[in-house]
Design a protein around this ligand. Structure first.
Ligand code: CP
Ligand code: NVA
Length: 308
């Protein structure tokens, strides 16, 4: 079964093929209305289940629209409204859904839920974000970087803020796509060291630098994310804000990066917290291209999962 669970679990040649196919498919439908079908209809007669145990705007809409553009149909399911939220096991849910649908995308809390679903499903499963990682986002980010600046291999990416699920997928991608990664954040919010060690083992230079200005020096891409993720306790909000305030991405910080550095944020953003309006809306920001590219990247991911 060809699941898309994490970037580090996917063959680098397949990852590259997905990015290239996403770029080709995006190009092929340039200028068309959003609801117009692609020339190619690889998902014709295919049914895709989209399960959400957490809120979503981009993931939900981009998977839905992308499936339809490729000729498929979707059903969006909220975890709390399914029997899954009322005691039915993940394994049984996986077996049952596999009898109805051709592909399952899930956004959930614990990574174990994703893994158990994948283990017991007889159709491909896609990770639409867990507490641990967010691979679809970083596929879109690679596509976006390369559209603007060419190959990401050998470039320097600096992450400012929380060592969270989105950072984890950047670390996975550093190893697989061959770019360097610097983490700038407080020690208390460091990422899992295994993410960093694995990327290093694959040849990427991965550093942890506490001084944000020094971390951003020479960066080709500066990235941040919310200071409080969906799975974080709201009671930790004030403490996190206090710890992360020095890592806000603002114009002064961006001035330390390369003059042509790009700025990315997976969104939703908390303007004035992790990033200023000046950077969000400034010339280096590619945040809405990133959001658009969720659509194109995931279409390629779905095709790869289904061997289409
Ligand atoms: N970036 C992202 O995954 O956005 P949503 O939470 O809106 O899906
Ligand atoms: N780190 C964020 C990403 C949202 C797309 C979260 O998990 O809430």
């Amino acid at each position: 079964m060809t699941h898309f669970l994490d970037i580090d679990k996917t063959d680098p040649a397949d990852l590259r093929a997905m990015i290239d196919q996403a770029a080709t498919m995006k190009q092929a439908r340039a200028g068309r209305p959003k609801g117009a079908p692609d020339d190619d209809q690889p998902l014709k007669d295919r049914m895709v289940a989209l399960i959400f145990e957490k809120p979503s705007t981009r993931t939900r809409v981009s998977f839905d629209v992308g499936t339809r553009q490729m000729g498929g149909q979707t059903m969006v399911l909220s975890g709390s409204e399914m029997q899954l939220g009322h005691g039915e096991t993940i394994a049984d849910t996986a077996r049952v859904l596999s009898r109805y649908v051709d592909l399952i995308m899930i956004r959930t809390f614990e990574d174990d839920v994703l893994l158990e679903l994948a283990e017991h499903a007889s159709v491909p499963v896609i990770n639409g974000l867990t507490n641990r990682s967010h691979p679809c986002q970083i596929m879109a980010d690679i596509l976006t970087y390369e559209e603007h600046r060419g190959p990401i291999a050998g470039k320097k990416v600096t992450w400012c803020g929380d060592g969270n699920n989105v950072f984890a997928s950047f670390a996975h991608a550093a190893g697989q796509f061959g770019f360097d990664l610097t983490f700038a954040g407080p020690e208390t919010l460091d990422p899992e060291m295994t993410f960093i060690e694995e990327a290093r083992a694959k040849g990427s230079k991965v550093e942890i630098i506490r001084d944000p200005a020094r971390a951003v020096e020479g960066a080709d891409l500066v990235v941040t994310d919310t200071w409080v993720s969906m799975h974080d306790s709201q009671s930790a909000k004030e403490r996190r804000h206090n710890q992360l305030r020095p890592y806000q991405v603002n114009a002064q910080l961006m001035a330390h990066a390369k003059p042509d550095a790009l700025f990315m944020h997976c969104l939703p953003a908390h303007r004035g917290e992790e990033v200023t309006n000046e950077v969000m809306d400034g010339p280096q920001s590619v945040i809405f291209d990133e959001a658009e590219n969720r659509l194109h990247a995931q279409k390629a991911v779905m095709r790869w999962c289904l061997g289409l």
